[in-house]
Design a binder for this molecule. Sequence first.
Ligand SMILES: [Zn+2]
Length: 431
Amino acid sequence: MPFDTDRLMARIDSMSEDLIQLTQDLVRIPSLNPPGELYRDVCDYLDKRLTRHGFDTQMLRAHGTPGDCDKYPAWNIVARKEGSHPGECIHFNSHVDVVEVGQGWTFDPFGGEVSDGKIYGRGTCDMKGGLATSIIAAEAFIAEFPDFHGAIEISGSAGEESGGYGGVGFLAHQGFFSPQRVQHVIIPEPLHKDRICLGHRGGWWAEIETMGEIAHGCMPFLGDCAVRHMGAVMDRFEKDLFPAMAARHTEMPVVPASARSSTMNINSIHGGQPECPEGSDALPTHCVPDSCRIVIDRRYLAEESYEDVKGEVTAILDDLVRTRDSFSYNLRELNHVPPSMTDRQAPIVTTVHRAITEVLGTTPEYVASPGTYDQKHVDRIGKLRNCIAYGPGLLEMAHKPDEYVGIQDMIDGAKVMAHSLTQLLLLNEAD
Ligand SMILES: [Zn+2]
């Protein structure tokens, strides 16, 4: 090889204090989502740091996207460092929002305390630790190889935990993930340092409403109970839909393995009169409910089509229209995200595969995520298929009390990322 990766690896080792401090600084900004707080503070912090290291930065507010408002503006930052020769661009994207704290913490959730080789706090694992790791990797690489080819981008984006529409979705619509601008994308979500996440299952969310007719509850035969109609829907789901979904298996390496089948959650059910407000001890009135609604969360496999997923639900509902007296329904689609799977032969996959093998001396595992993440926007809007999630941290720690990220895992992850940069941005040097 025409360059010395040993020095690069040693440089990353020597930056471990900086890596810890950077992670702590980020964790100490409680950028909670909801409501979408302090995104600008995180972006300002990243702006200072990255401009000091020679990046050009842009601050972009995703005006008018879900959640963006003057009180909680959806700020994003995109930082770019050009090399000295033309070449390809590798982009590291991290979301800067963290989920609510929840109960059960023994550490200060926004303290960034170091204990036993780990940094504790909300967002350490998901995913400020990953963000810090990618920054250290890029800075070490630039310091060691200032004459690199192409460009490195680092973005901090808003609102991934609520769909990323004001974050990567917005940036992709602005052209930031078009294949002309960016060729390789790594999202340092906490999939762990020896795993490459190729993509995620699809999701289809819908609300189903059954209709009835209101009447006095003492004479239900004079009305038509919408909740009983919904009971018939759920019965068919239990008898037909759930067994059919459980029998389907995907080739996608989804973890946990139980998510390699199709799944559906019933997120909520509402029927009849609203519950009394808390503190009220009023007794309910007696009415036959004329409406019942459920929200379904259907996760589907690369082998299934959107049309089939939707079609098997409407087939059950239409069958009930034919066979059940006075049954009628409304179906309203709430959201749809197709599955995303990057090919194992894609350049970013083979590059990171080799980096993990050489840096960690282990064979990486390919995985896919049961739920969606920002790759959906890179794929669908950006039309860029060369994207993976790779970052330190254990997925099981995400959103948990006493969330942590391992310091050595971050260092190892930074080495893998920096090694990947040498493969993508230096190898052309002989040309
Ligand atoms: Zn995340």
